[in-house]
Design a protein around this ligand. Structure first.
Ligand SMILES: [Zn+2]
Length: 537
């Protein structure tokens, strides 16, 4: 009898400190942040500034300390909006003839140099997938000098069913187009052109065309920082003209790029690029607060909880509504963040490491606020145990499952499994690992500087509802409301599930803050080198 009682006590202690986290308090934040008054929390807009100010005020009220710029809650950053103009030109000359490509119909692209007018001529090299991955013994840049040249490549990565080779069918960061441009810049290339194919990109040209035909936002670069003068895409048909210079088809080039032992091939072509760009600067802010840890040594280290506060602001009207409220995306994550900060600050006995609560800006424009934090961390990456991100909950009630995809790649996964067990949650797998969702959320900005990081995402198996209901509701949300003005708060929303996810994340964070040593990535993981470089061995 006594023994049973003791066991019950232990079980209660397991989640006890999370019980003050309240879904109804989360609701109150969501209702305000998603109201029309905040005009969709646009970056560089009044509504977004109000949201940031609200979050800072809440941090002050709940007793978390300001750790932003000069004693404030804010980390100010400048973004550069670069809108490519239709007068942008791209042509390739070789064998005595010049081929000009047509803007949007055959190519798109932008300069990362943040200059209004950039013009150059350069030789070209085909670099396959443009990947340097020592852990897979793969280097498309081996024995080739691309400095000052234009690299031509395919996105995606060598196909594989072997989980030890580019993580099998799951996409690694090496496969993402963002990596291609970053690596080309590191290699000293002046430009990079991706030949689009629907299978390698996982989407059609229409998607490339519409997302690259408009303003691109970038974190303002330090003067003189290396950056591609031109980062672009060409259609597969335009790619045939480039491949033709080598006497091959685009498919043949792709097959060569996929094969072990691929070597970069100089192209008998000279590109002419004239990138004309309309530029503007946008001022915005991350909001960051800290609750100090209890251990005199370890309190200089931290766990990070994050959520993006921005959404799309005011945009094209749909059914007469032009305010993109972003209630699920991501007023919910902000509500979770604020409620967790309140509960953490109220803990009678604080965990050993400190906790950082970070509301980042400009996620929708490409994880820019979190990228800026990664470049200007409040606590160094090598002193940060974990970053747990919260994004996009549609409050349909409790689920039997939850997702924390990516956590299994870290040495703290047992904490995640243990926390899931405490809350009776099963950990659902990533439904589409090949889509590379892991690289499209703010936690990725922390992972790339080495911090073990993942986002807690909603499960789909709604308790007390027929099987499949959750999947159906989420599919409906995605097609009807995601990034639409109709992503609006509703009094019908049931925050009991969001409450559980917040408690789950809180418990993981608390246990991570008390770990004897800092967690890291498993051997062979693509982020392990960054972790080691940050000083965690
Ligand atoms: Zn979004």
């Amino acid at each position: 009898m006594k023994r049973v009682f003791l066991l019950l006590l232990l079980a209660a202690a397991g989640t006890g400190q999370t019980e003050h986290i309240s879904g109804e308090r989360i609701r109150a934040h969501v209702k305000y942040l998603a109201s029309d008054l905040l005009e969709g929390r646009g970056v560089g807009a009044r509504g977004g500034d109000l949201a940031a100010e609200y979050i800072a005020t809440q941090f002050a009220l709940l007793g978390a300390k300001p750790v932003g710029d000069s004693g404030t809650y804010f980390q100010a950053l400048t973004l550069v909006g670069a809108e490519p103009q239709a007068t942008t030109g791209l042509s390739a000359s070789g064998n005595g003839k010049t081929t000009s490509f047509r803007w949007l119909d055959e190519f798109v692209g932008v300069t990362y140099q943040q200059k209004a007018d950039v013009e150059f001529d350069a030789d070209a090299v085909f670099v396959g997938h443009g990947i340097t991955a020592p852990e897979y013994r793969w280097d498309d840049y081996k024995d080739v000098d691309v400095r000052g040249k234009v690299v031509v490549l395919f996105t995606g990565e060598p196909p594989s069913d072997d989980s030890k080779f580019f993580n099998g069918p799951a996409l690694t960061y090496y496969g993402r187009w963002t990596y291609k441009y970053e690596q080309a810049a590191r290699q000293g290339a002046i430009g990079a052109i991706i030949i689009h194919t629907t299978p390698t990109a996982s989407y059609g040209w229409d998607v490339v065309r519409s997302s690259w035909g408009r303003e691109d936002q970038q974190v303002k670069a330090a003067p003189g920082a290396p950056a591609l003068a031109f980062a672009g895409w060409v259609t597969k048909d335009a790619g045939e003209k480039i491949a033709g210079a080598l006497g091959h088809s685009a498919d043949e080039l792709l097959r060569m790029a996929d094969a072990r032992g691929f070597h970069a091939l100089p192209l008998p072509l000279r590109f002419h690029v004239h990138a004309q760009t309309k530029l503007r600067e946008i001022q915005t802010r991350n909001v960051v607060a800290r609750v100090e840890g209890s251990d005199p040594q370890l309190k200089s280290e931290a766990v990070i909880f994050s959520a993006h506060w921005d959404h799309l602001g005011i945009g094209p009207a749909v059914d007469g509504d032009a305010i993109y409220n972003g209630a699920a995306d991501n007023a919910t994550g902000c509500g979770v963040l604020l409620e967790m900060a309140r509960a953490w600050a109220a803990l009678p006995q604080k965990p050993r490491r400190s906790a950082l609560f970070l509301a980042v800006t400009a996620e929708e424009a490409g994880l820019l606020g979190s990228e800026y934090y990664g470049q200007h961390p409040v606590v160094p990456a090598g002193k940060t145990a974990v970053a747990i991100n919260f994004d996009g909950y549609v409050p349909y009630g409790r689920t039997s499952d939850v997702r924390a995809n990516g956590a299994e790649r870290t040495t703290m996964f047992s904490l995640v499994e243990e926390a899931a067990r405490r809350f009776g949650l099963t950990l659902a797998p990533d439904p589409r690992p090949a889509a590379g969702e892991y690289y499209r959320s703010d936690h990725f900005s922390f992972a790339r500087i080495g911090i073990p990081a993942f986002t807690i995402k909603s499960g789909e198996d709604l308790l007390g509802r027929p099987p499949g209901t959750g999947a159906k509701l989420y599919a409906e949300y995605n097609s009807l409301h995601y990034h639409q003005p109709s992503d609006e708060y509703s009094d019908d929303w049931d925050f009991s599930g969001v409450e559980v996810y917040a408690r789950f994340g809180f418990l993981i964070g608390m246990n991570a803050a008390n770990l004897p040593s800092l967690p890291t990535w498993h051997a062979g993981d693509e982020f392990l080198n960054a972790r080691i470089a940050s000083g965690v061995h």
